[in-house]
Design a protein. Structure first.
Lengths: 258, 222
């Protein structure tokens, strides 16, 4: 559902009152500040995602859980700036960025490592003052921050003529299946037949399996990953690629809507 | 925003059903989709410790920890009144707004910025005073419809360090930044919105360099 701002604030406040009763007023006050900033930046809306039945109190509870687990660590990272906490974190940033650069066609070796150190330092400086939203893990947040800094530095570096190695693969727009639900039955069955033919024509068995299990057997992508014994990342990637390929096959068969 | 979804994906949540609107957005946005996929891949490998090792020992130069931003100045008056003042120097702000983000322009909201919060954090700090912990978060954002101003938002709160003791409230915040200056009351939910800061008040000609330090003062209303 779409939450009206005032109602959403009230619902969040109700959630905070519940947390105050169990966690104490001090924790609730700290949570209030975090959630106010997250509401402003749109993260609460992303969590609710217009899903029927998802309540703002769930978001408050999520933030509470991460706050309990991570507030001490964040204090050591951003306020106390402890060397013993930063040393492994700085190494992790360097390794993340080094591997990200390798994924983007940089050559393995000391030159790329040196670049990774430079970018990790910039990411670390950004991390010192950035607002941690306490609705996700530290690593997910820090990785994306480091990735964003790296992408921007790569663009800057490219503009300055330092590298031409920036690689951002582009796909076409993806197929949208929404209309499947709204067509009359006969057309739906025709479409189903054509769709199954198109699935048969997919270029790999893994792609066929993912589409059939996800759309015809209603398995979730994580469930498919477990059944096929594939990393979750691979299943998401193949899911995106399958849809792109299906769009192409169906387009060749005269489906203009896709 | 992406970090929230990536975390859940790593935990085994099916994001296509748990975050349907976000998933649809990802299907239509190449850059967002690539960010999701390579973040998921690298974090999964990081958790499993299967990332490629660095070819040389990691740098342990932590000098950036010491170089960053000055501590706030805390004043405590004889009558129990207090005032905290934070400063961000021209160099601090220049680093936050222009390097490496290089984005403060009418094109600020690029696709890359949709990946995570399009907000600049100017101050994110905590200070202990009078048996309370004062937390402040001063953020700036540039609105598409008003590309030549910065909008400042403050989130501030006082947390008592002793259970049962009341905190000092309400608080008043004041920002001085070049030709711009405004004082506002922090509302009961800890938020304060300042009037828009025109670029001409804080940037040199061309809007690519900051010309003034920024000062934020926070104090209880007597």
């Amino acid at each position: 559902m779409n939450w009206e701002r005032g109602k959403l604030e009230e619902a969040l406040e109700e959630g905070l009152k519940l947390e105050a009763a169990s966690q104490g007023k001090q924790v609730a006050q700290a949570l209030r500040l975090i959630i106010a900033a997250n509401l402003r930046s749109g993260r609460v809306g992303y969590f609710l995602d217009e899903v029927e039945g998802r309540e703002p109190a769930e978001y408050v509870s999520r933030v509470t859980g991460f706050y309990e687990a991570l507030s001490l660590y964040l204090h050591q990272v951003q306020v106390e700036k402890l060397d013993e906490v930063w040393r492994p974190l700085f190494e992790k940033l360097q390794r993340w960025i080094y591997n990200f650069l390798l994924n983007n066609h940089f050559a393995a070796g000391p030159h790329t490592h040196q670049r990774a150190v430079e970018y990790a330092t910039e990411a670390a400086v950004a991390l010192l003052t950035a607002h941690f939203p306490y609705d996700t893990s530290f690593d997910a947040w820090a990785f994306i921050l480091a990735r964003n800094v790296t992408c921007k530095l790569l663009k800057q570096s490219k503009r300055n003529g330092r590298t031409t190695d920036e690689a951002v693969p582009f796909d076409e727009e993806m197929i949208h299946f929404r209309y499947l639900r709204s067509e009359p039955d006969r057309k739906r069955w025709d479409l189903r037949r054509d769709l199954l033919d198109a699935v048969d024509a997919l270029s790999s068995e893994v792609r066929r399996e993912i589409i059939l299990r996800h759309y015809f057997e209603n398995l979730s992508l994580p469930e498919i990953a477990a059944e096929l014994n594939q990393p979750i990342h691979t299943v998401y990637q193949e899911h995106f690629r399958s849809r792109k390929e299906l769009r192409k096959i169906l387009g060749q068969n005269g489906y203009k809507e896709i | 925003m992406l970090s929230l979804v990536v975390h859940d994906a790593l935990e085994g949540v099916d994001i296509s059903t748990h975050y349907p609107a976000f998933y649809q957005q990802m299907l239509a946005d190449n850059e967002l989709r690539e960010a999701f996929l390579d973040t998921l891949d690298l974090l999964r490998r990081s958790q499993a410790d299967t990332l490629l090792p660095l070819p040389q020992p990691a740098s342990d130069d932590l000098s950036f920890l010491r170089a960053h931003s000055s501590a706030p100045r805390v004043e405590q008056m004889a009558n129990g009144h207090w005032r905290v003042r934070w400063q961000r120097t021209i160099a601090d702000i220049q680093a936050i707004l222009f390097q490496p983000r290089a984005a403060l322009s009418p094109l600020f909201r690029s696709a890359a910025d949709q990946v995570e919060d399009p907000w600049f954090t100017l101050i994110n700090d905590e200070v202990e005073i009078d048996n309370q912990r004062i937390a402040v978060l001063l953020q700036a954002t540039q609105q598409v419809e008003r590309p030549h101003v910065l909008q400042l938002f403050l989130t501030a709160g006082a947390l008592s360090l002793s259970e049962g003791e009341d905190v000092t409230w309400p608080l008043r915040a004041n920002v001085q930044w070049g030709h711009y200056g405004q004082g506002v009351l922090v509302d009961p939910s800890g938020q304060a919105t300042f009037s828009a800061v025109p670029f001409t008040a804080i940037f040199a000609e061309g809007h690519q360099s900051v010309k003034s330090h920024l000062y934020l003062t926070l104090e209880p209303i007597a």
